[in-house]
Design a protein around this ligand. Structure first.
Ligand SMILES: Nc1nc2c(ncn2[C@@H]2O[C@H](COP(=O)(O)O[C@H]3[C@@H](O)[C@H](n4cnc5c(=O)[nH]c(N)nc54)O[C@@H]3COP(=O)(O)O)[C@@H](O)[C@H]2O)c(=O)[nH]1
Length: 712
């Protein structure tokens, strides 16, 4: 901002003339200095004596008469002895305002500026006018600038204001500002309107008590007082509110007092952060950590916690608890046949039915796959028995998924605390043991744990160890069972069937140890041994005999089966066309793409692929189209009832007809009588296998038997 003009700005610091100076000398000075309008007369100490104005002086001195009269006289004779005096620091405006109103004619003659009463310069009316005009001009310019500045400032502040409003309105939190002095609300943003379910028009200018319940308002006022007495942000308890849309929200409030530069409380800022989604996510995570996402039942982690709690109830309050272990009977087959989506729907429905069988206080958990557990507070073992009975009945009813009726069934083992133990893991294994007993005894039922089951478990554990030792100790042998071509009556191939000469239990059936080997991960090693042994043996047979080797579905998951087959063929020198691999339908159903690729690669080597146990599975026949099987083996359960059972006859006929249309060879398994063989011949079955033709036997016997029987 420019400084206002003062007298010093418009005075000429012309040396004054002394009172002794003659008028003629001054006359010459005026003649020589045309710009000189006024001069002051002052003594040596600077005291002002008078003022001489050029025009008036020259008027006197211009004529000869005037010069003759005054020429030699001192200037004091023609000076104005009472000139207009003004202090040099006087603001120009003050000077002009006073002089123009009080002594305008004196101003016209000029004036003398003084400083501390001493001469400081002279000024004229012209210099005053010039200065006033310049000042006016400048102040107009300044005013314009100031106006522009103001306009700019106001638009900037407007922009800031708008920006601030936008931030406040769009911040995803409630912003509520109260005046610190009277605690009246001055601002509530739109999120706050929504959270508090009130319009800012209603609350601005009001106190909390004007639109809240007295109780709540009192609480908020207390919080305000606490905030006012604190220099820090205070965090309030989470609050549950119903928002403008009727939804329950959880809000975290924070209060901060905004203070002026001098430290006085100006306003109270309340921020409300909506924690609802965060809380929901936390709840979801907590739920996932304890509940099975598919069925909504407790998971293993929650089961363990609940089991510990139940056992401490038993201990402290002398209560009884039953632990029920459930395993669905045909779930795997259904899952494999109809796919995981159907399996999932089935599990969901099973969970629903279980919920319908228990009391509220019972805990149902899904431990994984198709295994469930129930923790039940009981008074007597009969309570557990009744619950198990209800569950078996509930799951006997078919489950309808996508218009298909699925019959699943359940096996339940029950262990009791404290009778069967007080350790959760131990009880679980005992209930499991009982459940396996139900499975072994035909499924779809329940059974209490009995101490002798431990011995059975022990024997299973021992068998597992024995199996490991058997592999190392050469206790396995392959038996061979012949397959007869029903047209030619010739033995065409032999199925290799594994036998275990157990050191103490003599011969153990593969029906017993193959599943065990699958469970304990030994099937890969065992299957590799069978493949090598069978190909090595068959390589020594007559050229027109093939060998069939059973491949477990689990072998498809282990080492590269294709490489194992290649290696066995190479090592034995057996032509690939003389090797046949028997697989079950679960191979196709389990991991169709992966397993079909393996089958195709093996078949590309020239090895034949047979579908074993045909008709026992759950699946539709559609998988027969997914792979060109060389042979289908009709399961012995269909052959058993031939030739008299009409159903068996029509099933076998249907299979042979279908095989003919697909151009696939059919082998009937389990042929034990001549009548069965004749019936199969009449049904156009290509090959037969069974005790009637030859029992599995070490290789020598295997081919001698049929030769003896049929004279080949
Ligand atoms: N993955 C592998 N599985 C194998 C291997 N060796 C055998 N097995 C499978 O074990 C199951 C039981 O086999 P086994 O006790 O050898 O029974 C076979 C035959 O002895 C029996 N059979 C043959 N003819 C008759 C008969 O006329 N009556 C009758 N009651 N049983 C008979 O059938 C079994 C052959 O079945 P299949 O394999 O379906 O052709 C069995 O599932 C074997 O597959 C192996 O090395 N690996």
């Amino acid at each position: 901002m420019q400084k206002a003009l003062c007298i010093s700005d418009i005075t000429d610091r012309i040396d004054p003339v002394s009172p002794q100076c003659s008028n003629s000398t001054l006359y010459e000075t005026f003649r020589d200095e045309s710009d000189l309008m006024v001069v002051a007369v002052a003594d040596e100490a600077g005291r002002v004596l008078g003022l001489i104005e050029r025009h008036a002086f020259n008027l006197t001195m211009a004529g000869e008469y005037g010069r003759a009269l005054y020429g030699n006289k001192p200037v004091t004779t023609l000076m104005d002895p009472a000139p207009l005096l003004v202090d040099i620091a006087t603001p120009l405006r003050d000077f002009t305002r006073t002089t123009l109103s009080e002594r305008p004619s004196e101003l016209m003659r000029g004036f003398i500026a003084t400083c501390g009463g001493r001469y400081a310069g002279v000024g004229t009316s012209l210099s005053v006018l010039k200065a006033i005009s310049a000042d006016l001009h400048q102040s107009l310019g300044r005013q314009q600038e100031m106006t522009n500045d103001l306009i700019r400032l106001s638009s900037e502040s407007q922009r800031h204001q708008t920006f601030l409003n936008m931030v406040i309105q769009n911040i995803p939190a409630m912003v509520l500002v109260k005046n610190a002095a009277d605690q009246k609300i001055v601002l509530l943003n739109s999120v706050g309107e929504d959270m508090l379910n009130v319009s800012s028009n209603i609350v601005v200018g009001k106190s909390s008590g004007d639109f809240m319940t007295a109780e709540r308002a009192a609480l908020y006022n207390t919080y305000d007082q606490i905030a006012l007495q604190s220099d820090e942000t205070i965090m309030l308890k989470e609050e549950h509110v119903t928002d403008a849309h009727g939804r329950q929200r959880v809000i975290q409030l924070k209060k901060t007092v905004l203070r002026t530069l001098s430290g006085e409380a100006d306003c109270i800022l309340t921020l409300g952060i909506d924690l609802t989604e965060q809380k929901q996510a936390e709840a979801r995570i907590a739920h996932l950590a304890h509940y099975d996402p598919l069925t909504g039942l407790a998971n293993r982690a929650l089961f363990t916690r609940e089991m510990d709690a139940a056992l401490s109830r038993v201990q402290r309050h002398d209560r009884k608890v039953a632990l029920l272990c459930l395993d669905l009977d045909r779930f795997k087959a259904i899952n494999d046949s109809y796919g995981h989506l159907t399996g999932d729907q089935l599990l969901t429905e099973v969970a629903e039915r279980l919920r319908g069988c228990v009391r509220k206080s019972d805990i149902i958990a899904r431990m994984g796959g198709d295994e469930f557990t129930i923790i039940q507070d009981i008074d007597t073992p009969e309570d557990a028995q009744h619950l198990a009975g209800r569950i078996v009945d509930a799951l006997k009813l078919p489950v309808i998924v996508n218009e298909t009726a699925l019959e699943v069934g359940v096996s339940i083992g029950i262990a009791l605390a404290p009778a069967d133990g007080m350790d959760a893991n131990n009880l679980l294994s005992r209930a499991d043991l009982a459940m396996y007993r139900v499975k072994a005894e035909g499924r779809n039922g329940w059974c209490f744990y009995r101490p002798e089951m431990d011995a059975q478990l022990q024997s299973r554990i021992e068998m597992e160890q024995d199996l490991k030792a058997a592999l190392a100790g050469n206790q396995f042998q392959l038996y061979y069972q012949p397959l007869l071509n029903l047209d030619s009556g010739q033995v065409v191939s032999f199925e290799a069937l594994l036998r275990w000469h157990h050191p103490t239990r003599s011969m153990v059936s593969p029906a017993e140890f193959i599943p065990l080997a699958e469970e304990c991960g030994l099937i890969g090693q065992l299957g590799e041994w069978v493949l090598n042994e069978a190909t090595r043996t068959a390589a020594r047979w007559p050229q027109d005999w093939r060998v069939a080797v059973n491949i477990s579905p689990l072998q498809f998951r282990h080492k590269s089966l294709v490489n194992l087959v290649k290696k066995a063929l190479k090592a034995s020198g057996l032509p690939p066309t003389r090797l046949e691999l028997e697989i079950t339908e679960s191979v196709i159903l389990e991991d169709e793409t992966h397993n079909l690729a393996i089958l195709n690669a093996i078949r590309a080597l020239g090895v034949r692929i047979a579908m074993d146990d045909f008709g026992t599975g759950y699946s539709s026949l559609s998988y027969l189209r997914t792979f060109p099987f060389d042979k289908i083996k009709i399961d012995q359960s269909f052959v058993r009832d031939l030739p008299h059972d009409k159903n068996a006859l029509s099933i076998v006929r249907a299979i042979t007809d279908m095989a003919q249309s697909l151009n696939v060879l059919i082998t009937a398994e389990g042929v034990e009588t001549e009548a069965q063989m004749e019936a199969l011949k009449a049904l156009n079955c290509g090959e037969a296998q069974g005790y009637f033709i030859g029992r599995p036997a070490p290789v020598i016997d295997a081919y001698i038997q049929p030769m003896i029987r049929y004279g080949t």
